[in-house]
Design a protein around this ligand. Structure first.
Ligand code: HEM
Ligand code: MTE
Ligand code: MO
Length: 480
């Protein structure tokens, strides 16, 4: 039993500012966190909980479900909540904002449950040229919003000299030609775990599968902007197209991002307001009913659950456009970083990775051969033209076979120049090198601008762990 005083909820509620003191409750205890407010790593969002319970906020920001957070909290305990008020709290039990998230495929490897972030096992990834939606990597910053397709409206604003539009799902589907694009999406944080091994970075510890490939169908963004009165003579070519999602946090802040207007209106840009993925309605996790697909561009700009499109002279002011998804020097740390000093990531660099065999696998000497598989992709519509594979840590190389459609199907014709939006899967079957007990398998890809991957990760390390695209290395044992 604690000898600390007992407080009523009314007394706690009086402490909601730094001047009056900031009190909160957690599991029936009372905390005076006034001193901690200025030290909080999450900034002054902490004040949202002032005078009330932490639980609903911590349910939204799962970063708090760690022992070290509870240890910090325990230092500020000043009392217990009265039994009556405790009962009250239990009856209005915090509703979990993630309780309406959809069911997910059990094969996914979960990086974080709330919000939901998961990637498929790599060996499944390379089994399908078109990634089945159920195992397509999922990257959510917030709870999945529930959108009623009947009342859904897509707002379009800010077209210079044009008009605002408010389109129903039906109108988007019937007033604009349907266009289909096969495009690979990759998160800027794909392969972050390899950077983490060099030195700790901040972010989800993605393996090599925060990348997937799908066919997307919808209206061209260009056509919708034209319908809103877009004319190239009037538009500022330096403008941006901002996208707002319908997913939001407790403060009502929505997910947002932007792309350059040039990409949005380009005949060759293939930017879609997609309502279908792999021939079906978009799944809830991938943006139902409408998402932006910006081929060749980092995942973060492919805004899901799209609510609003705004043409503007400014980039999106969203946290994810301004203070995240940017690259820095290995010399930059959290004390010196100035997010304004770097451009937002748009097109991604050349990338490839080995999906089979996986690290630590055993190959039998008696098999005489080893088959290596993987994916390769480059941003900005640049086509992968070659993948080199080494079985001896990069001393000697062999050229892998590239696959640009589902196995057994007629190979897709080469994409028009600058519009290679989809990855290539690749494969190499080679004789096992004699004598060795271990293979260090390495891959590296080349795109049609002859961009190549850097050979190691340390020189491209950055504090946020983005743009991790060094040669991929996998060690396997050869069993005699
Ligand atoms: C992050 C403590 C209340 C929002 C953190 C972290 C700590 C912390 C230690 C860093 C965790 C890590 O990265 O390992 C606390 C304590 C609280 C509190 C002790 C109460 C006494 C809140 C509340 C909110 C909030 C009420 C929101 C309404 C956040 C956010 C971050 C964060 C958004 C992530 C910041 C980032 O990484 O960008 N908090 N927190 N916190 N907190 Fe809190
Ligand atoms: N759109 C909204 N509205 N909310 C989000 O959290 N995440 C972005 C992007 N679009 C996100 C979003 C990020 S960082 C990525 S990598 C892709 O969606 C992931 O798309 P996927 O979940 O369909 O794979
Ligand atoms: Mo992402």
């Amino acid at each position: 039993a604690s000898s600390l005083p007992i407080y009523t909820q009314d007394e706690v509620t009086k402490h909601r500012s730094v001047e009056e003191g900031v009190w909160v409750t957690y599991k029936g205890s009372v905390y005076d966190i006034t001193e901690f407010v200025s030290m909080h790593p999450g900034g002054d969002k902490i004040l949202l909980a002032a005078g009330g319970a932490l639980e609903p906020f911590w349910a939204l920001y799962a970063v708090h479900s760690q022992d070290h957070v509870l240890e910090i909290l325990s230092e500020y305990k000043v009392g217990e909540l009265s039994a009556e008020d405790r009962l009250m709290q239990q009856s209005v039990k915090s509703t979990d904002p993630y309780s309406t998230d959809p069911e997910r495929h059990p094969a996914l490897r979960i990086n974080s449950l709330k919000p939901f972030n998961a990637e498929p096992p790599p060996e499944i990834l390379s089994d399908n040229y078109i990634t089945p939606s159920a195992i397509f990597f999922k990257r959510n910053h917030l709870p999945v919003p529930q959108v009623d397709p009947k009342s859904y409206r897509l707002q379009v604003e800010g077209v210079p000299g044009g008009v605002s539009l408010s389109l129903s799902l039906e109108e988007l589907k019937t007033h604009f030609p349907k266009h289909t694009v096969t495009a690979t999406l990759q998160c800027a944080g794909n392969r972050r775990s390899e950077m983490n091994k060099v030195k700790q970075v901040k972010g989800l510890n993605w393996g090599i599968a925060a990348i997937s490939n799908a066919t997307w169908s919808g209206a061209r963004l260009k056509d919708v902007l034209l319908a809103a009165g877009y004319r190239s003579e009037v538009a500022q070519q330096t403008s941006h197209v901002q996208f707002e999602g319908l997913d939001s946090d407790v403060t009502g802040t929505t997910y947002g991002a932007s792309i350059p207007l040039n990409k949005a209106v380009s005949e060759e840009g293939d930017v879609l307001l997609a309502y279908q993925m792999n021939g079906e309605d978009l799944p809830a996790d991938h943006g139902y009913p409408v998402r932006v697909v910006v081929p060749g561009t980092v995942g973060a700009r492919n805004v899901k659950w799209l609510g609003k499109i705004i043409v503007s002279e400014e980039e999106s002011s969203s946290h994810w456009q301004q203070n995240d998804y940017k690259g820095f020097s290995p010399a930059t740390d959290w004390d010196t970083v100035d997010f304004k000093s770097a451009p937002a990531i748009q097109e991604l660099p050349i990338q490839s990775a080995i999906t089979q065999p996986v690290e630590g696998a055993v190959v039998e000497r008696s098999a005489e051969e080893v088959t290596v598989k993987g994916y390769a992709w480059s941003g900005g519509g640049r086509e992968v033209v070659r993948v080199d594979v080494s079985l001896d840590g990069g001393r000697t190389w062999q050229v892998a076979q590239l696959q640009s459609s589902e196995k057994g199907q007629v190979p897709a014709p080469s994409p028009p120049p600058g519009r290679a939006w989809a990855w290539k899967l690749w494969e190499l079957t080679a004789p096992l090198p004699p004598v060795v007990q271990e293979l260090e398998i390495v891959c590296k890809a080349v795109d049609n601008s002859y961009n190549m991957q850097p050979d190691s990760v340390a020189p491209i390390w950055n504090l946020r762990g983005v743009l991790s695209n060094a040669w991929h290395r996998v060690k396997v044992t050869v069993k005699e």
